[in-house]
Write a protein that binds this ligand. Structure first.
Ligand SMILES: [Zn+2]
Length: 302
């Protein structure tokens, strides 16, 4: 048995024991409450999540047919694909184990539970956000890829990553301007980078994924700069970004997607870019994240 199979087996038992689907349902219910009681949250997340959550009657982590991909919904019953959730759990546990091994931090049982609950909730909120984007059906996504290529789906995905991260953070904090909110939002972006791209890795054949990872890393870098300095020179501190990288991997353009798409910056001959892209393609995400900070500053995206 490979190490992965072993971990996935452990993860499947953890799913049962931790009742993670209840944690996801709880997150969705807190978010719906916030949307109906807090005007700022309603303005920020209402149209994105209210129609996607209000008809849900049950959430479960279970096997689903291949034709549905990561997620299926019928008559308010949501199923998250247990294979993908099990892999997500295995990566989270693996990461925590290596942090323990390196003596980086002290991790309690509650920390493990909380991290798993947050990562799986984030995964579910990303999928649920696709409902209000009009791309909830796996078959629609495949059709759209055939019509339009992968770039538009990548834009939907980054927006869903960002909205899911904001939504999860909102359920953890009293207000969206609090340090608690920013901590949780930062953590959620980090989980998206650190875990989701291990389930669905980027590689040299998938420039759309490389650009999505780059966008998330730039969002994380900009958020940290914003928190440190109290401002950014350009664009919002938590808006979704899109990144385009030239074929020779020397130039890039970065766009902000909301409230309307606009170019934030386009740069030629970016020194660290070829190495940054190579690191993402090879799955060296820690190294790439360090380079993302350098690139953000060097191209004036800070
Ligand atoms: Zn997606």
């Amino acid at each position: 048995m490979s190490e992965y199979d072993n971990q996935a087996g452990v993860a499947e038992r953890v799913i049962r024991d931790l009742a993670l689907s209840q944690a996801v349902a709880e997150t969705c219910s807190i978010l719906l409450d916030l949307i109906s009681t807090d005007d700022a949250i309603k303005a920020e997340l209402g149209r994105k999540f209210e129609p996607a959550l209000s008809d849900l009657v049950r959430i479960e982590i279970a096997p689903i047919d291949e034709e549905f991909g990561a997620f299926s919904i019928a008559e308010g019953e949501v199923r998250l694909n247990e294979v993908e959730v099990a892999r997500l759990i295995a990566y989270v546990l693996d990461d925590m184990k290596s942090q323990l091994g390196d003596n980086l931090i002290c991790i309690t049982k509650d920390d493990v539970r909380e991290t798993l609950e947050e990562a799986v909730s984030l995964f579910a909120l990303h999928e649920l956000r696709h409902r209000t984007q009009g791309v909830q059906e796996f078959s629609t996504v495949q059709l759209l890829k055939a019509i339009d290529g992968r770039a538009r789906i990548a834009t939907f995905d980054i927006q869903a990553d960002r909205d899911a991260a904001v939504a999860l953070a909102a359920t953890k904090a009293k207000s969206t301007s609090s340090a608690e909110f920013h901590d949780a939002y930062q953590r959620a972006l980090f989980y998206s980078i650190q875990y989701f791209f291990r389930i669905y890795p980027a590689n040299a054949k998938r420039p759309d994924k490389v650009c999505r990872v780059a966008a998330l890393m730039f969002m994380l870098a900009r958020l940290e700069i914003y928190r440190k300095l109290g401002h950014l020179q350009i664009g919002g501190s938590k808006t979704a970004l899109s990144v385009s990288i030239s074929g020779d991997k020397r130039s890039l353009a970065v766009f902000e997607n909301e409230p309307e798409q606009r170019l934030l910056c386009a740069s030629n001959d970016v020194n660290d870019l070829p190495l940054f892209v190579a690191n993402i393609e090879e799955g060296n995400l820690d190294e790439a994240l360090g380079q993302a900070f350098l690139i953000v500053t060097s191209i004036g995206l800070n």
